[in-house]
Design a protein around this ligand. Sequence first.
Ligand code: C2E
Ligand code: MG
Ligand code: MG
Length: 757
Amino acid sequence: MLAIKRNIWALFFLILSGGVALLGFNLYSRWQTVLSDHESYQKARAKLVAQSVDSVLRTQELVLDVVGRELLRQEDIWSRSRRIPLLDSILRADPSLIGFGLARPNGKLVRVSSNLDLSILPNLRTHPETREGFAQALESDSMVLGRTYFMDALGSWVIPIRKALRSPEGDVVAVMTAGLQIGSGPTVFDQTLHDGPDDAVILFREADGYVQFMSQEGVGPEQFSEIRIPEDRKLSNRRSFEKQLNMPFEDVFASKEAVSVRMQRDGHDVLMAGVFNKRYQLWVLSETKMAPVHREFARSFLGYFLAYVAVSSVLFLLFRVIDRTERKRHQQLMFQSRHDDLTGLLNRAGLMDRVEYLISKDRPFGLVVVNIDNFRGINDRFGEEYGDKTLQQFSQRLWQMLESSDDLARLGGDEFAVLTRNVDLQALEKACISLVHQMADTVEVERLQLQVTASVGVVIYPDHGDSFSDLIRGAHLAVYEAKKNRNSACVYLKEMEMAYLRRLTIEQRLRYGLALEAPYMVYQPQVDEKGQTVALESLVRWQDEELGFVSPAEFVAVAEQSGLMVPLGHYVLKRSIREFSELRSDLGDHLDLAVNISVIQFTQPDFVDSVLSVLAKHGVPPRHLVLEITETLFMYNFARVLNTLERLRAEGIRVSMDDFGTGYSSLSLLRQLPIDELKIDKSFVDHILDDEKARNMIESIIAIARNHNMELIAEGVELEDQVNALLHMGCRRFQGYYFSKPQSMAQIRDALSAEVI
Ligand code: C2E
Ligand code: MG
Ligand code: MG
């Protein structure tokens, strides 16, 4: 069960770990998605800005080219005074241009748009801000961008663009120059291109590493125009590009598509996408710090995590409910498997657990087995339901008699066990005897007062055994001993093992002996007041090869306990009737035969039929047969016993109540049962001369016999004085050594032949 309990939590943790793995996988793919979204966004923006910049610059290059050539066609181009309306109209048409000029190759501006004052403009070839760009323009065939700078003449930040105009021979005739406006509005160099504080769009010049343009929160041309990417940084950036993109940098230069990488910039982790414009040697970069990417991912993470926590919590609650139910069920099952349904007491397994626990701790204890006397009789007479109630009542009474530290268990059927810490053997024996006496008080079951007695066997750990089975066996042997006297207590003794072994041996030998028809019959005469033999009681004898002579009292008891009684009884019946029939053929039919019948035999369903068939086989009339039964018969199912008795009577077979007065007597039952004869037990006859109680008992028995019209016989008569006393009281038939001991049929035949003569 522990395994199941563990399993359910193992399953929970398995699901939980599965959940963690799933969460990890989801987060990973979410991270990839967020990253690739941002990359795509940056790439798209870089490409878009790059395309716009390229297209603007190409347009401007065309404009410069066309305008320049137009100007050069004019003959008086170098004359100072002329205004050039074309320049102004272009300026008006293209708001991204904020100034125009035409310079000689020596750097001197000769024509400018009318928003500029030519007289204050510096020489482009010598002015530090323009010098480099101008020189490049002289060298290049295409338009050249100069460093972004503040143009005092216009009072604004501009990106200078210059294009050399050449003669057909290729000599530079003039340089067209213009300023591209930086700021907001209808220009590609819009300072609101970036998206939030962590975002930037940067254009920087490949040639000198200066930033051409930048759109970033809090950064204006004053700042970015000064920024220059140092050569070593450029190199390390290139290496980083090559490594991340896994392509040579030349391919990056050549690529028309934007590429994206992650790198460190100014202490920040940034995601950057870039496109290189080869024509204008310009990098267009679109970048974001990783913080917003992280933030977005963190939001997803939180969502996933909360979902995971929620699902896990629900699962946890579910598993806890399952676990608790399981545990409860397990406890119930455990309880059921360790307790008895009927009484709620511990059962055998429950007791075994405790006993084994105490043994494992080597703590001494006493084990008391309590067995109800003749419980089967109660069940048979009143039904099982009543029997169950009796057991419940009995267990309650037993419970009340125990110490609080004692354990009480029902071992099954009519057997209980007390586990006690009391190991003082004398005290325990005393307690058990008082227990036995208290139990003998009547119990009330459904308004019926019932005397339930019990026999008790006691063992002590470790003195009498060191395992549960040894101790229980010892206790059972003690109970068996106690049963002999009924309602008594016995402490286990080593000798009981011997008795047990003897019972076992008797059982085995008897089984064998019966098969060989070893038991034989002797007969004891029953005489009338004149000493004439009127009947013979058949008594079984057994001389075993190994065991020697075994008394019938001993082996009949063993047979009754071992299932041998029915075959033995049948054997006795057959043999007695056969021998009796032989005697009858010699001596005539004035004699009766009395056969002892065990209750077990008597209660067999085919008993009457088997008796009748044996009688018929040997030609003995049923009226010559007397069956001796004992009072224990009263404890069995009344209806069934009555039925058997009535059938016997109907056939003419008589029934004698043997050992009357020693056992369980119920006068009311006796009245209802068709009994023909009472047999006064030897124990009363023994004391008839010296004990008034015995005399009173005999008088009562005689009165009962008279009242119920029964025959009367006294057994165990050994003395003449006993005969006289019995005669005096009104008994007319006797059996005992005084008249004759039990004898073989041959001896009986001789004796009776003499008697007849
Ligand atoms: P029981 O049926 O009461 O038999 C009478 C017993 O008393 C016999 O003992 C008999 O030998 C003995 N007895 C008779 N007169 C005297 C006497 O004057 N003095 C003394 N001391 N004893 C006397 P036994 O044969 O040892 O039988 C003992 C018991 O064994 C019987 O008691 C009976 O219950 C049982 N038993 C014997 N034979 C059979 C049998 O064939 N079938 C059954 N079911 N039980 C039998
Ligand atoms: Mg008898
Ligand atoms: Mg008897």
